[in-house]
Design a protein around this ligand. Sequence first.
Ligand SMILES: Nc1nc2c(c(=O)[nH]1)N[C@H]1C(S)=C(S)[C@@H](COP(=O)(O)OP(=O)(O)OC[C@H]3O[C@@H](n4cnc5c(=O)[nH]c(N)nc54)[C@H](O)[C@@H]3O)O[C@H]1N2
Ligand SMILES: Nc1nc2c(c(=O)[nH]1)N[C@H]1C(S)=C(S)[C@@H](COP(=O)(O)OP(=O)(O)OC[C@H]3O[C@@H](n4cnc5c(=O)[nH]c(N)nc54)[C@H](O)[C@@H]3O)O[C@H]1N2
Ligand code: SF4
Ligand SMILES: [Mo]
Length: 686
Amino acid sequence: MPEKIIHTACPRNCYSTCALRITVEDGRLRRIEPVPENMATSLGACLKGLSYLERVYSPDRILSPLRRDSSTGSFRKVSWDEALDTITEQLLKLRSTHGPKSLLYYSASGTKGLLNSVGGAFWRLFGGYTTTYGDLCWPAGLEATRLTLGANEHNAPWDLANARLIVLWGKNAAETNIHQMKFVDEALQQGAQLVVIDPRRTETAERASLLIQPRPGTDAAIALAVGHQLIEQRWIDESFIAAHVHGFDAYCARVASCTPAWAAAISGIPESQIIRLAELIGTTKPATICAGFGMQRYTNSGQTMRAMIALLALTGNIGKPGAGWIYANLRTQLFGEKDPVAFFPPEHPDPLVRVSISTALLGPQILAAKDPPIKMAWIERGNPIPQNPETPTVLKAFRSLDFRVVVEEFMTDTAREADIVLPAKTFFEQTDVIGAYWHDYLQLRAKVIEPLGEVKPESEIYWHLARRLGFSPEDIEKNLPGPSDTAIEAWLNRKLAHLPGVTLDRLREGPIRMPDTNDVAFADLTFPTPSGRIELDSSEAAARWGVDSVPAYREPVESVESNDSPGTSRYPLHFLTPNTKNRIHSQFGNLAAMRAFEPHPVLQMHPADANARGIVPGSRVRIFNDRGELTVVVQFDFGIRPGCVVLHNGWWLTDGGAVNVLSKARETDMGYGAAFHENLVEVAPA
Ligand SMILES: Nc1nc2c(c(=O)[nH]1)N[C@H]1C(S)=C(S)[C@@H](COP(=O)(O)OP(=O)(O)OC[C@H]3O[C@@H](n4cnc5c(=O)[nH]c(N)nc54)[C@H](O)[C@@H]3O)O[C@H]1N2
Ligand SMILES: Nc1nc2c(c(=O)[nH]1)N[C@H]1C(S)=C(S)[C@@H](COP(=O)(O)OP(=O)(O)OC[C@H]3O[C@@H](n4cnc5c(=O)[nH]c(N)nc54)[C@H](O)[C@@H]3O)O[C@H]1N2
Ligand code: SF4
Ligand SMILES: [Mo]
């Protein structure tokens, strides 16, 4: 059969959301190449993207429904009829005994797509359901940005090349946003300076002229001291502040005592580095701060992010080319998710939906749920057992349920706990439309091959279940797309109808930037905040989250310096669990292509910390605290701040490296994020 070329886009939870050009031959994927029309990802797929050639056809992929034998724990292949009949019977029993809200529908970040909303539509027709609020990823930063600037938008990715100063603050773009490094590189070639602020010397830091390695969770102190210094040196843009900033006087009062010496003592970095950072931010224009998501997973990090954005407001670095705050660009999230607060409790506009479980507290809150209690879980697009905080409690919570369904591509830690596992599609096997959170392209995630084996996309699974459960044909017709490709396309076109000029046919021609978008966010200097200005003083922050209305530094709850944290002398090491280049969280690590680079979990440790504990490189060590223990191989790394140890997140329990065995279920100060980076451990020879 002749070769066929199809354009699609990678839907992983990854900044890039790359456009991909796929060659298919005999119905099989052959080649994956770049699509230069997406200007943000013109360099093409990363190794993970290229590894789809392995992933889709992996012998480990789940290609048919499986049923667990509860006495032996082993799985056997069953027919779709048996799987769907069993689930139907369980759902009917659950609904009549405990009510529909005893069903937890848990979905996470496994794939992007408009069709993801079909799950919610199905469970409403079922009569209702319980779901989660907040998420593991980014909400403290989203909320801090919304409170300060009014919206989560930022300049186009390529605009970064115009910056003269780039601060990658708690962001490891060389591994997590690799396409951003192209624009960092262009800026550097034109003489820009790069600052990296991270407790680790990452690959990103190799290009930096200043690397600041703070004690984790103390960045707010640094930011406030930089603000203090900017004001003291008159490195501020007074006319910009007068016209566009709300709360400058209150901010000045706050930072008056936040001297560089004060912040240096808190953050454990030289005072001279804070003074140098202030000088760079105060005297280099335009300046962009790119803030990572990793650094906003602390109990004080919403306030930290507000303190960081303030530095751009003081220096007039907003609304201009090469300037601004790059955190998340929600311009393409036009399907109800633009205002993250809309999803927050206590009220949900829909009485059929009980939004009562904080994602950060998933394990404890499943166990504690009442009226009705949670009795059954349906899990898709997520691997909560290794990825959510407090793995042992998440495991206990799932095991306490009467019945569990997991829709998965692979036998993950979560799938192994299921009573029924349903095979999940890969994105090559169903058409969808996806946005992004770094660039503003809408893209067609076009179907490229027929589903392998007996795989059915989720929307089709729901359609079959709806018929078995006896939902009315009108309800099904109105709310759920049918199984055929044409029904899916008609459903997608209806979803896009409110966007002028955006149709599947138009998307087939290539990625489209959002209508009415531009390269510079807030270029008109209007800010959708209560005051219409950039808010350094936010009464909404105080009212909604109970924090100081002006950003302040507060010691993290679990910290070597904090008195609130019992037993910290027993657990003196910060456990950092960052992302890694060749995985997206718990995905890809099971493939041979990735195992070749990272065959097993490795703890990275500064030799000074290791020597003090009699640990030699290459040996096995125990990492432990009151919550759990892991045993892995240790590697020395002079680039890590002493007092910090590093193990990449995403390893499975079955790999022996599931980092959340050690973390605590705890929320961030705002946005209902997960503060699992506040995590103290001790390490000893195994
Ligand atoms: N290859 C790859 N790319 C990804 C992902 C992936 O898993 N793999 N995941 C995607 C997703 S879902 C996300 S959320 C993003 C995350 O993207 P990033 O935020 O870039 O990634 P993280 O590794 O979570 O954190 C970045 C850095 O923050 C540092 N850090 C930790 N605590 C602190 C602190 O208190 N202060 C400071 N200044 N730095 C700190 C860590 O050492 C780490 O190097 O990446 C996305 N891109
Ligand atoms: N300690 C610690 N924990 C962390 C983090 C950290 O930095 N440190 N990072 C956190 C962050 S930022 C995030 S975003 C989360 C990520 O955690 P999750 O949102 O749970 O995401 P993944 O680990 O990528 O797992 C997604 C699962 O979805 C499956 N999947 C992929 N595509 C499909 C599909 O089309 N249909 C179905 N049904 N399934 C599919 C994949 O096979 C995979 O098993 O982890 C969080 N956990
Ligand atoms: S994982 Fe990210 S960088 Fe890699 S191909 Fe997919 S979108 Fe692109
Ligand atoms: Mo994330």
